[in-house]
Design a protein around this ligand. Structure first.
Ligand code: PMP
Length: 390
């Protein structure tokens, strides 16, 4: 039974039961049509209404200014690693059409996802006039020199002269590292296009969209189920990518990766992930009806600070992996003294229905993910268990 379990998975992760009940109903019989929401034409007036409401509620929640467009895309967070590079380079090329124009892409690497994103940017720009500059590799600033455990201040980063964009990941899901309040916007060179991956902390605190060229996230944590990627793009970056390619020096853009094509077709250039859009729409409605992002932000602060307190007051039984100012409110990571104790911890938790607490396979340890779908009561169950386990 769902009620007997608290699912602390890092994503895909817990959604509110009422959202899933509505989704299940809509999958069978949407709005009394006798047909499910994923069985009708994506161009039908019924589905268009779903899609439009989803986008408009998302804009409300994220406070998206008129300067920016919302796109409903596929390919997940990793798809966006590629599409961001391709589209922003096309925009850069149109502004710098000279045949000898060169540029760099700056990556702020604070964990394994931004590291992967930088790797993809390198791969896509091989053999072009573009190079990738890792402006920060936070591992070099850690105590052991190899783990992602803090974000050093921006005056220690090395931006390049005039980058086509600066990229960061607001919350690193695997490493449990999050920017404290927000990215340090003041550190940026003037007029820099800033790109944010918010896959794992979207809708858990306010983010100033106007400071960004692109903000994107896979839906499957705070915003719905896998299959939908939410992309917010500044409108001047919706460009003719074929014209840009013809100027030379940058990669060609597949049509399905082309922001402008999606924007021009109201995110229906091809068949969109209809059920995933529907579930995100229901999730947005739920968040709006429960106080919006401000309320979820407060809840996230409370849930995570209570849990970190137990960790910090455990006389070393629970060892935090991340320095206090960079600790994630979404993914709380820590270790136990040895493998045996860790197993016992996971067993105890499991007996109480506290599930999916094992850390990512690349880093081990424990990871408790406290996304929007985890209530304060849910978090308290874990906290109580950890106190009594100690
Ligand atoms: N970025 C972040 C911060 C993530 O947490 C993830 C997935 N957990 C990704 C990117 C990759 O997303 P996807 O699996 O949707 O491609």
């Amino acid at each position: 039974n769902r009620n007997d379990v608290v699912n602390f998975a890092a994503g895909p992760s817990t959604l509110p039961t009422v959202v899933l009940e509505k989704a299940a109903q809509g999958l069978l019989n949407y709005n009394g049509l006798g047909m499910g929401v994923a069985e009708i034409s994506h161009r039908s007036k019924e589905f268009k209404a779903v899609s439009e409401k989803t986008v408009s509620d998302f804009k409300t929640l994220m406070d998206v200014p008129d300067t920016h467009e919302v796109l409903l895309m596929q390919g997940g967070g990793m798809g966006a690693f590629s599409t961001v590079v391709l589209n922003l380079l096309a925009a850069w090329k149109l502004q710098n059409p000279e045949s000898n124009a060169k540029t760099t892409l700056d990556y702020i690497v604070t964990g394994s996802w931004s590291n992967k994103a930088a790797g993809e940017a390198k791969r896509l720009t091989q053999g072009t006039d573009v190079s990738v500059n890792v402006a920060l590799d936070a591992r070099n600033h850690s105590q052991d020199g190899k783990s992602f455990s803090n974000i050093p201040p921006a005056n220690e980063w090395k931006y390049s002269e005039n980058p086509a964009f600066v990229y960061y990941c607001d919350n690193e899901t695997v490493n449990g590292v999050e920017f404290d309040k927000s990215f340090p916007y003041d550190s940026l060179p003037p007029n820099t296009n800033l790109v944010a991956d918010v896959s794992s902390n979207i809708l858990s605190r306010k983010i100033d969209v106007s400071k960004h060229a692109v903000v994107y996230g896979g839906a499957q944590k705070n915003a719905g189920i896998a299959g939908l990627t939410l992309v917010i793009v500044r409108k001047d970056l919706l460009v003719d990518t074929d014209a840009a390619f013809n100027l030379g020096g940058i990669p060609q853009v597949p049509h399905l990766c082309d922001y402008k094509r999606h924007a021009d077709n109201e995110s229906m250039y091809n068949t969109p992930p209809m059920f995933a859009i529907y579930v995100s729409g229901l999730t947005f409605e739920h968040i709006l009806n429960h106080g919006g992002v401000d309320e979820y932000s407060k809840r996230s602060d409370r849930k995570s600070s209570k849990l970190y307190q137990v960790i910090d007051n455990s006389n070393g039984l629970y060892k935090p992996k991340v320095s206090p100012e960079s600790r994630s409110r979404m993914n709380v990571v820590f270790t136990l003294p040895d493998e045996e104790t860790e197993k016992r911890y996971l067993n105890e938790a499991d007996k109480l229905g506290l599930k999916n607490l094992k850390g990512h396979r690349s880093v081990g340890g424990i990871r408790a993910s406290l996304y929007n779908g985890i209530t304060e009561e849910d978090a308290d169950k874990l906290i109580e268990m950890m106190k009594s386990f100690k």
